[in-house]
Design a protein around this ligand. Structure first.
Ligand SMILES: NC(=O)c1ccc[n+]([C@@H]2O[C@H](COP(=O)([O-])OP(=O)(O)OC[C@H]3O[C@@H](n4cnc5c(N)ncnc54)[C@H](OP(=O)(O)O)[C@@H]3O)[C@@H](O)[C@H]2O)c1
Length: 257
């Protein structure tokens, strides 16, 4: 039996991905730290759809967390044909004023974890001859982000890493795809901060729409998916705006948060 593994499935975009993949009859491995939420989700989805769901409640951050997740999946003898590296964290504030531990936590979960999981599961997919890896980066990955410098940096890494690996393994049956959502209504991007900021005039996506967009594009030939027309346009514009101007614009947006 084949499974879709979704990290960060207990809330936000990951939770909506679990719903849309369940509706389309994919067996699921759902991971996050919150066991209670995952158990309820499993119960709810299995009562509505004829699928098998395994939950793995783990801290998957960093080398130990990522290897632990892979080994747990292997011990249970589960075959993963779709991996969605979705779990991620962000934080806001001046780099020098913040505790280094919060930066390291972000680098561990947003960089180390998806790098290790991509390597381990992709090796298995290459052996099996098919598979897909989706890495959830962000529109933040296309530029630097003063006042969220480490977060933007982690997403730039994920975007560039993922695109590079996509080229390395390119063939008909193996795909590595990077999804870049823009601001989305989840616990991560707190609504009160968005509404007070420059984003108040922007469309803030629903996590359900982001998840549907990924599912609709399961067979895309593209390496990078950008959710939302406005986000696509803004990223197109960044190619023409001098970096210094783009930096001060992003700083102004972040200062309003
Ligand atoms: N929301 C946005 O505006 C936005 C925009 C662009 C990109 N993104 C990206 O989209 C992805 C999902 O974000 P979201 O907004 O849906 O976030 P969210 O609602 O905060 O969900 C984050 C998920 O990650 C899990 N998680 C966090 N730390 C973990 C850890 N150490 N070990 C295991 N699981 C952990 C959380 O579950 P537990 O707490 O139960 O562990 C939760 O399920 C992230 O990679 C984010 O960078 C978000």
């Amino acid at each position: 039996m084949k499974y879709t593994l979704i990290t960060g499935a207990s809330s936000g975009i990951g939770l909506e991905l679990a719903h849309i993949f369940a509706q389309n009859n994919h067996n699921l491995i759902l991971t996050a730290r919150n066991k209670g939420v995952l158990s309820l989700l499993k119960e709810n989805l299995e009562s509505q759809h004829k699928i098998d769901i395994k939950i793995i409640s783990l801290d998957i951050s960093g080398e130990t967390g990522a290897i632990n997740l892979y080994e747990t999946v292997k011990k249970k003898q589960l075959e993963v044909d779709i991996l969605i590296n979705n779990a991620g964290i962000g934080s806001h504030g001046e780099f020098v004023g913040k505790e280094i531990q919060s930066d390291l936590d972000m680098i561990n979960l947003n960089i180390i974890t998806p790098t290790i999981l991509t390597k381990l599961f992709l090796k298995d997919m290459l052996k099996a001859g098919n598979g897909r890896v989706f890495n959830i980066a962000s529109t933040a990955g296309f530029q630097s982000g003063p006042l969220m410098s480490v977060y933007y940096g982690t997403k730039s890494y994920l975007l560039n890493f993922s695109e590079g690996v996509a080229e390395e393994v390119r063939n008909g049956d193996i795909k590595v795809i990077t999804l870049c959502p823009g601001p989305t209504k989840t616990a991560f991007e707190k609504m009160d901060r968005i509404e007070k900021g420059l984003f108040k005039n922007f469309h803030i996506a629903d996590p359900e729409d982001v998840a549907k967009y990924l599912y609709k594009n399961m067979d895309t030939k593209k390496d990078i998916l950008i959710h939302g027309r406005l986000n696509k346009f803004m990223i197109f514009l960044t190619k023409f705006i001098p970096r210094k101007i783009s930096l001060s614009l992003i700083k102004k947006i972040q200062e309003k948060k």
